[in-house]
Design a protein around this ligand. Sequence first.
Ligand code: G3P
Length: 213
Amino acid sequence: MQLLLDSANFEEARTCAEWGWVSGITTNPTILAKSGKSTEKTLVKLKKIISGPIFYQLTQETIEEMVKEAKLAADILNKQLVLKIPATEVGFQATAILSKKYTCAVTSIFSPAQALVAHAAGAKYALYYHNRAKRLMKNGKHLAGELVLALKRTDTTVIAASLKSPDELVQARNAGVPILTTTFEILKQMMRHDLSDKAVADFILTGTGLLDK
Ligand code: G3P
């Protein structure tokens, strides 16, 4: 199981790197626009902070331009690059070409059928939007499990994004999703429980340890 940060904020990325339990970072065009710097500068800086995979989403709409953009991303991120490619007809075609050379994640998947195409096109990851599926689809809460089942015994792994609470990460995980990406705020929330804080406070008040005189 892996947890990823869904952000391009340098401070957040730095803190996650220090925590040591966040495996990598996912971005998208909206997230990158928020960084206030050029996409290239942002990716260069993120690479200095994060040692794991850095997901970069292609923005171009033709195969030719997508191939060019993928090369630029690879020049910056090298082996850390995971290309996110939208689940569209052109996106699947691009995946079939680019997966021969780069690690690819098809993103915005909303059906098991799309997950099968992602696999057939050579994608290493199939990324779906958990909260959006729950809000916008009649049986959206079952999507996670359906994707996991569809990709069982393949080498394509499901990633859950659009996770809006610690509980939603647990829902996705309990449906069998092995990689979860979410915001810094939610990652922080995942570490906390009022009763843990209380238990620790009680030990500090009443206990002794090796460093106590
Ligand atoms: O980064 C993609 C995804 O996590 C965003 O989902 O529903 O918050 O727009 P949403």
